[in-house]
Design a protein around this ligand. Structure first.
Ligand code: SAM
Ligand code: SF4
Length: 492
């Protein structure tokens, strides 16, 4: 079995959840390709099937359980197939995965992703050993009647972000993700991330600069920096250094703002020392999004005029219960300062409806805040209790139909706001970076620096180019435009 398996192994990897997971999946594929694996486009063609999972909401977990349940059927015909659940759900559910999905061989958390090649090799070794024991008359069988070779790797505090995994793989394209930190030190009452992704740890700046320069050299035109709260970048590095020294952050920043490596400083470094035309970042926590950040955004030519700043609720009572660390007024003041310093900024947010104890009055406060800010985009989530979080200890007392109705009301308001914003752009000339082909032949999809999606028609190949588009029509979701001019491939 082993030789055959080693010679033709291929991996199918499906990703659930956020952009951080998408980047993690690329790293996993890079490592496996370096070990000789090929990428399988369909699960039916693969020797190893991995699902990189998300635990932020129960719905995301149920989808992954359902998908792996379906895929498990493939093992009936091909018992040598390896099935693995990796990422946040692996960290959270651990043994429960093997119980619910007895055909799964591997469970590996986010901090163990760099070990995947070894973990897969361990499964093969165990299988061979079991088959060896079978030959001597002793069989170790799992519930499915297959020799057991289960491997579980979870619970490390963080990923070694100062060591690049061997091998590099990027999905081909114009835009790329770069992870700048792992984990989260906040303790939002509803959120499972600190439990699944562990303590915050930042990646050394030199590595980040090197990676971005390599991406720019390979033709990528935009990089999005990733972290759960990029605004606290620099607090703790793998070697124990960081700005949260014994003197405390603010004092150090006041003493000599240039000696400290925090997030605004990182933006300035990337802007100065790399050739990437467009730079974005996500996610920002409002508590740590300061005027220092807004100034860096205003002064760095490559940093796009766009910010995702999750507010979660407009009610101070709910924000306190969520332990977000700001009031609605403080959030609004930040937005005012941001709009003053970065004119034309595109704003998006996350909102949770139906958090325990949310009354109609609390919900109305969120509606008012949305009305006042007029976001360009908003992601609205129905609260879902996550085991082990503080909020899960409270009664999930907003009935499902009420959550659903509040969700719909906010989405309808956002749709109206987006439509209004897009309509206001009709007739304007905007600069877009063309990121991909449109749905139909001769159509191209690009984004403005403020993150508005624009579809333009052109018989020429525009992929990766920065062009001027004349906006002809705006709907709630997209802008349509005509090609007006090229900008020599640069958006700076
Ligand atoms: N780190 C980011 C932040 O601080 O906003 C985002 C983290 S989370 C992966 C993405 C979004 O999922 C959150 O902004 C929140 O709106 C939503 N979310 C997190 N936990 C949730 C829960 N238990 N129920 C519903 N939505 C949740
Ligand atoms: Fe979760 Fe809050 Fe950390 Fe975001 S900042 S990942 S919502 S704990």
């Amino acid at each position: 079995m082993s030789n055959n398996w080693m010679m033709r192994r291929s991996v199918f990897l499906a990703t659930y959840g956020c952009q951080m997971n998408e980047r993690d999946s690329e790293e996993v594929l890079g490592m496996l390709i370096a070990q000789g694996y090929k990428i399988a486009e369909q699960p039916e063609e693969a020797d190893v099937i991995l699902l990189n999972t998300c635990s932020v909401r129960q719905h995301a977990e149920e989808r992954a359980f359902g998908k792996m349940g379906e895929l498990s059927a493939l093992k009936q015909e091909r018992p040598e197939l390896v099935l693995g659940i990796i990422g946040c759900m692996a960290e959270l559910q651990q043994e429960a995965i093997f119980k619910r999905l007895p055909r799964v061989d591997l469970v590996a958390g986010p901090a163990e992703l760099y070990d995947l090649p070894y973990l897969l090799a361990e499964i093969q070794e165990k299988r061979q050993r079991n088959i060896g024991v079978q030959g001597s008359g002793f069989r170790v069988l799992g519930q499915t009647g297959q020799p057991t070779a289960k491997v579980m790797a979870v619970g490390r505090p963080f990923r070694p972000l100062d060591q690049r995994p061997v091998g590099d793989y990027r999905r081909p394209g114009v835009t790329a993700f770069v992870t700048i930190m792992e984990g989260c030190d906040k303790a939002c009452a509803y959120c499972i991330v600190p439990k699944t992704r562990g303590q915050e740890i930042s990646r050394p700046a030199e590595d980040i600069l090197q990676e971005i320069n390599a991406l720019a050299g390979a033709g990528y035109r935009q990089v999005t920096l990733l972290g759960q709260n990029v605004n606290s970048y620099g607090k703790r590095f793998p070697d124990g250094g960081g700005y949260k020294g014994p003197l405390g952050r603010l004092r150090l920043l006041e003493e000599d703002p240039d000696t400290l490596l925090d997030f605004p400083q990182l933006l300035r470094l990337i802007d100065r020392r790399t050739a990437i035309p467009r730079l974005r970042f996500t996610t920002s926590h409002p508590f740590d999004a300061t005027e220092r950040l807004f100034r860096a955004m205003a002064e760095c030519a490559s940093v796009c005029e766009s910010l995702h700043l999750p507010v979660q609720s407009g009610s101070d009572r709910i924000l306190r219960a969520m332990r977000r660390g700001y009031t609605a007024r403080a959030y609004l003041e930040k937005i005012e300062s941001l709009r003053r310093l970065v004119p034309g900024i595109g704003l998006s947010t996350d909102i949770i409806v139906g958090f325990p104890g949310e009354t109609e009055e609390d919900f109305q406060a969120t509606v008012r805040l949305m009305q006042e800010i007029r976001y360009d985009n908003a992601y609205v989530f129905k609260y879902s209790p996550r085991p082990g979080t503080d909020a899960a200890a409270r009664e999930d007392d907003v009935p499902q139909p009420v959550k659903e109705e509040r969700n719909q009301r906010l989405l309808a308001r956002q749709e109206a706001a987006s439509q209004e914003r897009h309509r206001a752009l009709e007739g304007a000339r905007v600069e877009i970076l063309v990121e991909e082909r449109g749905r139909f032949d001769g159509q191209w999809f690009g984004r403005t620096r403020a993150n508005h999606g624009v579809i333009v028609a052109s018989p020429e190949d525009l992929l990766g180019q920065t062009v001027q588009a004349q906006v002809t029509r705006g709907t709630a979701h997209t802008l349509f435009g005509e090609l007006a001019a090229r900008c020599n491939g640069s958006s700076r």
